[in-house]
Design a protein around this ligand. Structure first.
Ligand code: NAD
Ligand code: UDP
Length: 320
């Protein structure tokens, strides 16, 4: 894409920091903003001397004006079930006020806009695999609702700014993504299991481990997002890897990779934990010519040195 000055919210997070790297590599100037509620400045440390990168610590729930920008990528939000359980009201606010504030920036400066939505919009899906036309099955008052409903509100807000204010908006529904800089202590399954295996601890499986997820490596995800941002599509597009794993088989794969003889321990399944999740990516393939390239085993190998470096220092939180 030809944009010159780009605003990335949630820049100090896992995905936001990788997005900043890709946008800078393509020659853009980037302003990253973040309130550091779940992010970490270590994710941006390598950009310290990058003259085309600036960072401001701020909360996007308060209106702010970054000056003229050509594009807004809105990635700010707690993202893991452990984080949004801890930051419930903050998650509702960032998905509502934060999204509106960033849409106002795009409207003011006639900038393009891409919002990081989620497979959680489908809730515990009754349609499998999930297509973008499925409206979802979300418990609006359950423990996950602070995230799911905030993201669904965000999608409604993005479509409204497109319809009523003609903002050039895009919605990506991201499925579980992993890779270096995934926070060690955010309780997500890959960060928990990789760091537990590396520390020689038993791997925690919630429920019987037969629930499924589809894991996308971060570079594949960012490539899909950049393709969507440059497209003319305004309706949601799934980006994820359709290879579907039970959580138990994912744990076994991690044990094989790390060569640990440690056991698996079973813990209670959190309420409303989705049973199955796999993206139908036909739309991304036909519209963007995008497909993921990296399968789980290879992506875990590519992430191994990051987890080896951080597994000892990171405190793993469990959702129990
Ligand atoms: P992350 O927690 O690593 O990053 C989120 C960033 O947003 C953090 O740096 C956090 O400090 C920042 N933030 C939160 N509230 C803020 C606020 N009010 N003002 C400014 N900054 C704020 O999570 P991530 O995995 O990088 O997720 C990034 C985005 O992608 C989120 O919107 C998330 O919902 C979405 N997403 C991620 C995944 C995934 O698998 N990683 C899946 C679906 C959707
Ligand atoms: N999970 C697990 N052990 C863990 C962490 C998570 O079995 O240590 C399960 C969790 O219950 C869910 C799946 O792994 O079924 C994915 O959880 P995660 O928190 O990564 O993301 P979600 O897809 O639920 O948002």
């Amino acid at each position: 894409m030809n944009a010159k000055k780009i605003l990335v919210t949630g820049a100090a997070g896992f995905l936001g920091s990788h997005l900043c790297d890709s946008l800078l590599s393509a020659g853009n100037t980037v302003l990253g903003v973040d309130n550091l509620s779940t992010g970490n400045m270590a994710n941006l440390a390598h950009l310290h001397n990058e003259s085309r990168f600036d960072f401001e610590r701020l909360d996007i729930c308060q209106p702010f004006d970054p000056g003229k920008v050509d594009y807004v990528f809105n990635f700010a939000s707690p993202a893991s079930p452990v984080d949004y359980a801890r930051l419930g009201v903050e998650t509702l606010l960032v998905g509502s006020a934060g999204t509106i504030n960033t849409l106002e920036i795009a409207k003011k400066y006639h900038a393009g806009y891409l919002h990081a939505s989620t497979s959680e919009c489908y809730g515990d899906p009754e349609v499998h695999p999930q297509t973008e036309t499925y409206w979802g099955h979300v418990n609006p008052i359950g423990p996950r609702s602070v995230y799911d409903e905030a993201k669904r509100f965000s999608e409604a807000a993005v479509m409204a700014y497109h319809r009523y204010h003609r903002v050039n908006t895009h919605l990506v529904r991201i499925f579980n993504t992993y890779g270096p800089r995934l926070q060690i202590n955010d309780g997500r399954v890959i960060s928990n299991l990789m760091s537990q295996a590396l520390r020689g601890e038993p791997l925690t499986i919630y429920g019987d481990g037969m629930q499924t997820r589809s894991f996308c490596y971060v570079s594949d995800l960012i490539a899909g997002i950049l393709a969507l941002a440059a497209s003319n599509e305004h309706l949601p597009v799934n980006i994820g890897n359709p290879e579907e794993w039970t959580i138990l088989s994912c744990a076994e794969e991690i044990l094989k990779l790390i060569g640990s003889d440690k056991k698996i321990v079973f813990k209670p399944l959190p309420q409303d934990d989705p049973t199955r999740r796999r993206p139908d990516i036909s739309k991304a393939i036909s519209l963007l010519g995008w497909t993921p390239k990296i399968q789980l085993r290879q992506g875990l190998e590519m992430s191994l040195s990051y987890f080896q470096e951080h597994a000892e220092t990171g405190l793993v939180q469990n959702s129990q």
